[in-house]
Ligand binder design. Structure first.
Ligand SMILES: [Zn+2]
Length: 279
């Protein structure tokens, strides 16, 4: 599944190519890929794409004078830049033609992703961000996690839920917890301020390192130029169960937490849920 760095890499490629350009036409090839429309998508013709923003794993496409589209890549979605003669990828559900001979192809074989269209950015944020998603993981600060002192969820479940931090999935949660030396089963309310600060720093470090390398390559992910990400070989724990920990040499273990496979170092990530001085 594309995670925050992959979505951000796609966003940057798209912004460089299409920001400020006029929409020429919109062609829907599969109606159920369009999850919601406040007005017909065809009415975007003639509108200008002001920019593309991101919150968590969703992209927000505000248009002038009207409309804001939201897109989510789901498990296997891609947005690719094509020119007029280029063939479509299999499972292309939406094509947006943009001035300058650019075509945006939205493809998604498994169709867990989709597109929504609202009257305004405020409506789009109300439907997708407020009450649903926390702070975007790339702008996370330690203060944003003070709400954790009242929560009984485990670290792994909380980080995957998107409720206080938006944009993290299985790969980067495992990587950040290993880097911060925190056990994924630890209850968030037991985590000290110091550990929260360390975790925030590690989340930023892992995401920025992945972004520098164009994300992680796995299954169907490609960025908007169809390049594979290069972060995969730099992962410390994800997919590395049975390998030695880079930090201490202990054998990495695989667990199932919050219904997700999880890899930890049993030596570096001790579970400290008991007592006031818990980690
Ligand atoms: Zn270790």
């Amino acid at each position: 599944m594309p995670e925050l760095p992959e979505v951000e890499a796609v966003r940057r490629h798209l912004v460089a190519a299409v920001e400020g350009r006029r929409i020429e036409s919109v062609r829907v090839l599969r109606a159920d890929y369009i999850r919601y429309t406040a007005f017909p998508l065809a009415e975007l013709s003639g509108c200008e794409l002001r920019t593309i923003n991101r919150h968590g794993k969703r992209l927000f496409w505000p248009f002038v004078p009207q409309g804001c589209m939201v897109s989510h890549l789901g498990m296997s979605g891609r947005v690719t830049l094509r020119s007029s003669g280029d063939p479509s990828l299999a499972h292309t559900h939406l094509i947006i033609a943009i001035a300058g001979g650019i075509y945006l192809h939205f493809s998604d074989p498994r169709r867990f992703g989709g597109v929504w269209l609202y009257e305004s950015e405020v409506d789009a944020a109300a439907a997708h961000v407020y009450r649903k998603m926390g702070v975007d993981a790339l702008s996370l600060r330690e203060e944003d996690l003070t709400v954790w002192s009242r929560k009984a969820t485990s670290l792994k479940a909380e980080l995957l839920s998107q409720k206080t931090v938006a944009g993290l999935g299985n790969i980067y949660v495992d990587e950040a917890l290993w880097m911060a030396r925190l056990h994924p089963m630890q209850k968030v309310r037991r985590i000290t301020r110091e550990s929260r600060g360390r975790l925030v720093a590690c989340i930023g470090q892992v995401l920025r390192a992945s972004l520098r390398h164009g994300g992680t390559t796995f299954r169907d992910y490609r960025d908007a130029k169809a390049n594979r990400g290069g972060f995969g070989q730099r992962l410390a724990v994800y997919g590395k169960a049975g390998h030695p920990c880079q930090r201490c040499g202990a054998v990495l273990q695989s667990l199932v937490i919050a219904q997700r496979s999880t890899v930890i170092c049993p030596k570096c990530q001790l579970r400290r849920n008991h007592g006031r001085n818990a980690n």
